[in-house]
Design a protein. Structure first.
Length: 158
């Protein structure tokens, strides 16, 4: 059964309460003089004044410690654990991808450099006028680079 706050104060004054237990959620369990057990939900701010009234009226009162609720603790921390796990997974994955990136780039360059080899000899291009003109242009650039740079050409870094 449930007891009202007014009934609690009246029962305390008349000696109708033998013992009281206060739980962490501000719930009060009362052993009455007639052998019945009553319960009352208090506001957390009322607990101290109610306990003082019990002591003033000579009624045995005790605080019941909370029992460890492992399932509740796990359920409360589950979203945080999931977020931390997801973040750790993403960091590990990004690190793995970043460490593989240079290897992949080197492998691609190796494939390009080891690709088809062109076996062009001087005899193949000796009679071509276009090859002669390109070679003259390279020689002219090497002798007079300022002329090409002033017209907007960009020098290769290597």
């Amino acid at each position: 059964m449930s007891l009202s706050y007014t009934d609690l104060v009246t029962s305390l004054g008349s000696g109708g309460i033998v013992r009281g237990d206060v739980y962490p959620n501000a719930q009060l369990k009362l052993d009455m003089l007639d052998g019945s057990v009553e319960q009352l939900q208090l506001f957390p701010t009322q607990v101290a004044s109610v306990m003082d009234r019990f002591v003033d009226n000579g009624v045995d009162v005790s605080l019941v410690p909370s029992t460890g609720n492992l399932i509740g603790l796990v359920l409360q921390s589950l979203p945080t654990l999931l977020l931390v796990g997801l973040l750790a997974f993403m960091v590990v994955r990004q690190t793995a991808m970043a460490s593989m990136m240079p290897n992949r780039m080197l492998r691609d360059e190796t494939v390009l450099s080891l690709g088809e080899r062109v076996n062009t000899t001087f005899a193949d291009v000796a009679g071509l006028t276009s090859a002669k003109e390109e070679l003259r242009e390279v020689v002219d650039y090497l002798q007079n680079p300022d002329r090409f740079l002033s017209s907007g050409a960009k020098a290769h870094q290597n």
